[in-house]
Design a binder for this molecule. Structure first.
Ligand SMILES: Nc1ncnc2c1ncn2[C@@H]1O[C@H](COP(=O)(O)OP(=O)(O)OP(=O)(O)O)[C@@H](O)[C@H]1O
Ligand SMILES: [Mg+2]
Length: 448
């Protein structure tokens, strides 16, 4: 065990061999590294230390695996991050367990920016002693727009006014509505989402406000509407643009006076309910075309929450992808795949995501089923491939090596590891295929 600096309050315990650049990047981010390798006699954690364990699984080293075993046994509460590569010995029991339990994965060369974000998120989640304030559960994202969005949600939540949530399909409008409710004083009372577009137009009034027995043919009993049942809580009117005009009038009255009538009754009922609404259509246009009441529009539009499209959230696409993969692995108790290849990350960053977060979720789930190795690749996500960036001269050599490695690995997979076929397709000899596998540390037995 080498300890970099005395009395460190927080640190990453690195199981394996970090290179100088990796150690420096973490130290700069305020996370000094302690290396625990085969020769370590203990990991030297003191009381009060804030510790994250990093399993460097790029190499297959028994001694390091044993040190990891000791760490798991002696410090069960410490969160793990894994650094994987296609050579990761995924069937080794210790490695298997770390892969199953760890909270995030990285590939080599390590994306230090994303690692810093993961560590910052951990600090913020309260999973580490001394962590910061708890974040809004269920809303993943560290981009500037997402930080702004969360700040706005915190500001709007305690104010008992309507909020109009706008944004493209799949951007998380319902997630935001639910966060507004949970952060409000109404959190213990019901949150009732209603999809206005899915209700038959002739039943909308009765669904929202209820009806008395005999109010219309088929109304055999009195029915309490959604607004009444949300009493003390929040209703979320999704696709508000689809609300028929008569229901718009009743809603406007409810927003102005706090009262409504059940269908078939003239008895006003008072309910204390906050109204949140969402739309993915242009309500201003609906107003201009006479399909939406202008006065209702102004009532609902007091506080506005625009959800940013996924393509404007920078690196969040990768964070979310990893988050959804984690969820999938936990729900389906699968060991593989554990992360995304560099080319898959590039493809995800470049894609326009018309279906936003929901589309990403669907693609990751599908990829998690079809991917064959430890890393999800571009083809598994069914995304168009993006050429590697070759802007920096220094990176060019590395890019070529990576491209060569990608090419040989892709061809091996396509030929189902038939070496002769792979050699034929690449127009090289079988000996060269073996040599390249060795050069790029592609362990054929592990990959097959
Ligand atoms: N920031 C986020 N972090 C994690 N999951 C998210 C996030 N945003 C959205 N999701 C997930 O993406 C999916 C779509 O979100 P949601 O249903 O809230 O979108 P929406 O804007 O209401 O979509 P639509 O317009 O189609 O109704 C859900 O499964 C939701 O849990
Ligand atoms: Mg929705």
């Amino acid at each position: 065990m080498h300890t970099s600096g005395a009395a460190t309050r927080r640190c990453v315990v690195w199981f394996g061999q970090p290179d100088r650049a990796e150690q420096d990047a973490l130290a700069l981010a305020g996370w000094p590294v302690r290396v625990a390798d085969a020769g370590s006699d203990g990991v030297g954690i003191r009381n009060g230390d804030i510790v994250v364990a990093l399993a460097d699984l790029r190499v297959d080293d028994r001694g390091v695996h044993e040190a990891m075993e000791r760490m798991v046994a002696e410090h069960p509460g410490v969160p793990w991050i894994a650094l994987v590569s296609p050579e990761t010995p995924a069937r080794e029991p210790t490695v298997k367990r770390v892969l199953r339990d760890c909270i995030d994965f990285f590939t080599s060369p390590i994306d230090t920016e994303r690692l810093q974000q993961a560590l910052a998120r951990l600090s913020g989640s309260g999973r580490l002693r001394g962590g910061g304030p708890a974040d809004i559960a269920g809303m993943v994202g560290e981009s500037r727009v997402m930080h702004q969005l969360r700040a706005t949600i915190r500001k709007y939540a305690p104010v008992d006014l309507p909020v109009l949530i706008t944004g493209e399909t799949g951007t998380g409008k319902e997630v935001a509505a639910s966060a507004l409710h949970r952060l409000s004083a109404r959190a213990e009372r019901p949150f009732v989402p209603i999809n206005c577009g899915a209700l038959p137009p002739n039943l909308v009034q009765s669904e929202l406000f209820g009806h008395e027995r005999g109010a219309f043919t088929g109304a055999n009993a009195r029915r309490v509407g959604h607004i009444e049942s949300a009493s003390g809580g929040t209703v979320f009117l999704d696709e508000i643009g689809d609300l028929p005009l008569d229901a718009q009038t009743s809603l406007l009255r409810f927003l102005q006076e706090g009262t409504f009538e059940r269908l078939g009754s003239s008895q006003p009922i008072r309910a204390d309910v906050r109204v949140l609404a969402a739309t993915h259509v242009d309500l201003e246009k609906a107003v201009a075309e006479g399909r939406f009441r202008e006065d209702l529009y102004y009532r609902l539009n007091v506080l506005r929450l625009p959800m940013p499209p996924l393509r404007e959230r920078g690196g969040d696409v990768e964070l979310l992808a990893q988050f959804f993969l984690e969820q999938f692995r936990q729900q389906h108790r699968t060991g593989q795949p554990v992360s995304f290849s560099a080319s898959a990350r590039r493809a995800m960053r470049a894609f326009a995501w018309p279906g936003n977060v929901r589309e990403l979720l669907n693609r990751v789930q599908r990829a998690a089923v079809v991917a064959e190795g430890p890393l999800i690749d571009t083809a598994d996500l069914d995304l168009p491939a993006q050429p590697a960036e070759r802007s920096v001269a220094a990176g060019l050599g590395e890019a070529r090596i990576l491209a060569e490695r990608d090419a040989i690995l892709a061809c091996l997979r396509e030929t189902r590891f038939n070496i002769s076929e792979c050699a034929r397709r690449l127009r090289i000899s079988r000996v060269t295929v073996y040599r390249l596998c060795k050069k790029h540390r592609l362990a054929l037995d592990e990959l097959r």
